[in-house]
Ligand binder design. Sequence first.
Ligand code: NIG
Ligand code: FE
Length: 411
Amino acid sequence: MPHAAASGRLLVTGIGELVTNDPAPDREGGPLGILRDAALVADDGVITWIGRSGDAPSLEATADSPHPHRIEVLDARGRAVIPGFVDSHTHLVFGGDRAEEFAARMAGRAYEAGGIRSTVAATREATDDELRARLAGFVRELHGQGTTTFEVKTGYGLSVVDEERLAQLAAEVTDEVTFLGAHVVPAEFTERAGGADGYVELVAGEMLQACKPHVRWVDAFCERGAFDAEQSRRVLEAGRAEGLGVRVHGNQLGEGDGVRLAVELDAASVDHCTYLSEADVAALAGSRTVATLLPGVEFSTRHPYPDARRLIDAGVTVALASDCNPGSSFTSSMPFCIALAVREMGMTPAEAVRAATAGGAAALRRTDVGVLRPGARADLALLDAPSHVHLAYRPGVPLVAETWKDGARVA
Ligand code: NIG
Ligand code: FE
């Protein structure tokens, strides 16, 4: 277990605006379920009570929590509290960086999936301790910006030994680890060495077996320059047969088969969704598959932003995630993604905040995070602002004052 829950009771009082994502008749903000002048109680890391500040239970023992051995009080002093962000898409285990590639792109060069191979070389060279230290730094960044649940993908190892190593390292910091052996075909798989199809067999066979004990999900980059629909399906079905949940990278660089494949396989999420046909939107609308949008990528590649409005209006569940990785999106900031989604993708501040919390939880098929209600985890961000709207209204300003995960302060 990457993180220990707090033992004892936490009381958060004086919350000017509490975003619960749990709508009720006495709450505002539609799906955000906003409660004003609110308080929240958590016992042993799980929320046990939410209501008006004046009605908060006393800190003394109750039937539910007869002997709280530790009592902590957080006075929000009229500020906003939201569910901790759920970042359902990151690639945080890697060596090196690609600042030069970014600079060249900003000077006019195009983004290409093949850049992944340079990170693969740097990652294979890095020791476990180097990767672990880097990862710990990213976890601090995430917590500091209000993220309390995050997914991490493998995908920069691309050999049996290295993918297993990355899966193990990722599992040290999160329960949401994704096997992405099908990220790109590594350089050593020349045609003589078996080519793309030979590599796919390795991924769906020995590599999956090595990674399986450490991961919850399987993913494939279904895109020109990476894997076609049949190759992606081979890997995803092999993972599914081993009990893993399915996620897909699709429709990032152009229209393609990613969304169709994801819906067909009942994937929890298809991520990127930058280029969608009408049929893709209709397929998503009729499915349980979440469309996860990653605006940091469009920011860093100068591609057009995905059209969130079109998806939401069609009834698709949308999530926002950082896609933090050294190539296409080197940001770990969910507030930055929210601001981009509002400014560039047609989302309202309320929709963007919900997509970054409850949306991310849906993309991970989780009901215990991304929402503040009794029974859910006490994962929350206290904002240095009176309202969630400020996350988009004040872009680039570090508005997360404190982050609490499982009832314990982590930043
Ligand atoms: O989600 N699309 C594929 N993978 C990453 C990019 C990885 C890289 O460029 O290193 C992504 O954007
Ligand atoms: Fe990605």
